[in-house]
Design a binder for this molecule. Structure first.
Ligand code: 9MR
Length: 450
């Protein structure tokens, strides 16, 4: 039998199994969207969003179908959120947050402290007055969004380009070299449940600039300055291509004990070259276990800050490009035959004898606890036969109250898969999480698969 027919036969066998078990076909098909495919890999797939475009139905249709993480493109920046000193304006950012929350999308906050897009009044401050204004800004904005943010870009683009390996000159830098750690400590105090990231560009490969960021993260880790993640913007074009050591660079940061995230991905170009570049970047993230997700910097080419370079996954009409297909395939999604459902029973005898569906699953939990609350991330790993669906039993101590959750559906102490993350290939995992008030204590999850 040739390869194609073999795959088709395996697919048909698995379909019969699914029908015999009464399992919804959505749980069995390879994930057909970026967000669902990434979730099956224990990761997210996000995009930058502009509030004023949410009323465009093509735009929001793609957003809500494909993405499960959202970064406000400009709406949470200093100029937008504090246009005059001490007077905060959250309208557009709140619009994005409530849209995301009602569509099961998490939020990357961007950006608390940055030399650019400062309101005029801040640009005119210096010294202690600016330092105090920055601290107040971080406190106010992080408090306003407390409990709603997966990760904050606490500090953005603070290092200089070129070979010097130093800090970028800015009014913030001139308040003292410790301004970055002050911003991180302030953000942690305001929203202890959010991951705190340093975010930059031209740090995607190993070079003087990324070495300087690396040294800062290493220093923060050794002195207990709170930092949880590093964002790699990943704006690529022919003058600044995907570096050959991209994955190695992500890995060396992950080895410092932080998550890494691809935060503003766009790659100028078209056709198969662009598709291959997106595949490479996606694969690099998948190959680094602490690479928790990928965000592209806009939905359609026409939404891009560099629209003329057509750097995104959808064309101006909202059609999927070759780069979309290669990205989805790299995530393990796509047409069912390209990634046939796992079931040891696809070659099992006829349906009178129901095939054994499961090789079981295991669940582990990691907790980020702070005074009064915690975030739990639960990893569900499939046993030898893979899973079609799973349920994790996780009793919480009394006094703990869940305030929100993601990638799961909860009933009491039982946390189940949702439509897009029930099927896990043997040995692979997916992750879900929740935030709660109270104290986590020792959590002991148990997992059941079908
Ligand atoms: O995409 C953003 C664009 O709409 C703004 O005009 C621009 C202004 O600074 O910022 C763009 O987003 C930037 C991001 O916030 C930080 N990294 C570089 C991004 C592209 O310039």
């Amino acid at each position: 039998m040739d390869k194609k027919r073999k795959l088709a036969a395996a697919g048909a066998g698995a379909l019969a199994v699914a029908v015999a078990l009464g399992i919804a076909s959505t749980a069995d098909a390879a994930a057909s969207t970026l967000g669902a495919a990434a979730a099956e890999q224990g990761r997210y797939f996000g995009t930058a969003v502009a509030a004023y475009k949410l009323s465009d139905s093509v735009y929001s249709g793609i957003l809500d179908r494909e993405f499960n993480m959202v970064t406000p493109e400009n709406e949470m920046k200093w100029d937008a959120t504090e246009p005059s000193q001490g007077s905060f304006s959250y309208g557009s950012a709140d619009q994005i947050v409530s849209h995301a929350q009602s569509h099961n999308q998490r939020i990357r906050g961007h950006a608390l402290a940055w030399h650019s897009q400062q309101p005029g009044w801040a640009q005119n401050l210096s010294g202690t007055a600016l330092r105090n204004a920055m601290v107040n800004h971080v406190t106010q904005v992080a408090t306003h969004y407390k409990g709603k943010i997966y990760a904050w870009d606490v500090v953005n683009e603070a290092f200089a380009d070129g070979g010097g390996g130093g800090r970028r000159d800015s009014n913030l830098q001139r308040t003292g070299n410790d301004w970055i750690e002050v911003a991180f400590r302030t953000a942690r105090a305001a929203d202890p449940g959010a991951k705190l990231c340093y975010n930059d560009y031209n740090t995607d490969g190993q070079n003087a600039k990324s070495n300087a960021v690396y040294a800062m993260v290493q220093d923060f880790k050794s002195r207990g300055v709170p930092i949880d993640c590093v964002g790699f913007q990943s704006h690529f074009n022919s003058a600044s291509p995907v570096p050959s050591d991209y994955q190695a660079n992500l890995q060396r940061f992950a080895n410092l004990g932080v998550d890494v995230q691809i935060t503003e991905l766009d790659i100028e170009g078209s056709g198969s070259t662009q598709a291959e570049n997106f595949r490479k970047v996606t694969q690099a993230c998948l190959n680094v276990s602490r690479c928790t997700g990928i965000t592209v910097w806009g939905i359609r080419d026409s939404d891009s800050w560099r629209a003329s370079g057509t750097p995104l996954l959808f064309d101006g009409n909202g059609n999927k490009k070759a780069a979309y297909t290669s990205t989805l395939a790299a995530l393990g999604g796509g047409s069912p035959t390209s990634n046939p459902p796992v079931s040891s029973s696809s070659s099992a005898p006829p349906s009178s004898q129901p095939p054994i569906p499961s090789g079981g699953c295991t669940a582990t939990v990691s907790v980020n606890q702070w005074q009064g609350g915690f975030v739990a991330t639960v990893r569900v790993t499939a046993g030898a036969n893979g899973t079609n669906a799973w349920a994790v039993t996780l009793p919480l101590p009394s006094g703990a109250t869940v305030t929100n959750s993601w990638n799961t559906s909860r009933s009491g102490n039982t946390w189940s898969n949702v439509s897009y993350n029930g099927r896990i290939t043997a040995g692979q995992y997916t992750e879900f999480g929740f935030q709660a008030t109270g104290t986590a204590g020792t959590l002991s999850p148990t997992c059941a698969a079908s």
